[in-house]
Design a protein around this ligand. Structure first.
Ligand code: NAP
Length: 252
């Protein structure tokens, strides 16, 4: 990553966010890390003390709309303009259609979608004033088509992919780069709960490296691991009848 950049990562206390922050700190950049677990963020800050880059803990809850506006303004006041926002905070309850819960559905949307919106608003305000900036939104291959045990999670990721496409078209002429990140399965606390087989499960270290490489490219969509994502994209093109039959087979 180019020296001197300031990068804000949400959902950076564990998993992909934490590993991405640590790998970015191998360069002379400043990473501001947000999540609810302040203790984990402080530990990350300490871990980076011997690295060329710097990590600063800025705890917060992405579901707190006013809190995210205040946090963003405070970050820019304390640390100067932010160059890149990596909107990564997310959750997965593994909820199924047979035990559908409207409450879980709302909670998933609140963190995964509204949480992104709450962080995006202050970031875009600043980026539009400066006519520069870079927004990267972490969605998932689970957003491509409906999957069992993903009754809430999949729709949140589909919304983010759609949102990123809409933002890309409007913000590119304003000097703002928009990317969407669609990982396959990555080994993190989020997937450690899964009891089903996860094809091509990727170590978090490799996922963060692929994400950082993607951030430095001009691609709109950052996908990894690529053999898995190519397979999913091919499945995505199947007609409903065949797709739903295949998914039904998996479910049994
Ligand atoms: N692992 C995969 O296979 C995979 C695949 C595709 C996409 N993804 C996406 O990648 C992103 C990171 O997931 P991960 O696998 O690294 O999972 P993870 O280790 O569980 O990380 C999730 C992060 O989000 C934070 N978070 C959750 N709710 C929050 C809230 N209300 N406010 C602020 N931060 C919040 C968590 O921190 P606190 O609990 O401390 O707040 C944590 O830092 C998610 O958006 C996920 O959907 C993951």
């Amino acid at each position: 990553m180019q020296s001197g950049k300031t990068i804000w990562i949400t959902g950076a206390s564990t998993g992909i966010g934490a590993e991405t922050a640590l790998q970015l700190a191998q360069s002379e950049v400043h990473i501001l890390v947000t999540a609810r677990s302040a203790d984990k963020l402080e530990a990350l800050e300490k871990q980076a003390e011997s690295l060329p880059g710097r990590i600063t803990s800025v705890p917060g809850d992405v579901t707190d709309q006013a809190g995210m506006v205040r946090l963003y303004e405070q970050m820019e006041k304390d640390h100067g303009p932010i160059d890149i926002v990596l909107l990564n905070a997310g959750t997965y309850f593994g909820d199924s259609g047979t035990e559908f819960s409207a409450e879980k559905f709302k909670q998933t949307f609140d963190i995964n979608v509204n949480g992104v919106a709450n962080c995006l608003e202050p970031a875009l305000k600043s980026f539009l004033e400066r006519e520069e900036g870079h927004v990267a939104i972490v969605a998932s291959v689970a957003g491509f088509r409906g999957l069992p045990k993903s009754v809430s999670y999949g729709p949140t990721k589909a919304a983010l992919i759609n949102m990123a496409e809409a933002l890309y078209a409007e913000l590119k002429p304003k000097g703002i780069k928009v990317q969407v990140i669609n990982p396959g399965f990555v080994k993190t606390p989020l997937t450690d709960k899964n009891e089903f087989d996860m094809p091509m499960l990727m170590p978090v270290r490799d996922a963060a490296a692929a994400l950082i490489k993607g951030l430095q490219s001009n691609a709109f969509e950052i996908i990894f691991p690529w053999p898995f994502v190519v397979m999913v994209k091919l499945i995505d093109m199947l007609p409903n009848k065949i797709y739903l039959w295949l998914v039904g087979k998996l479910e049994r």
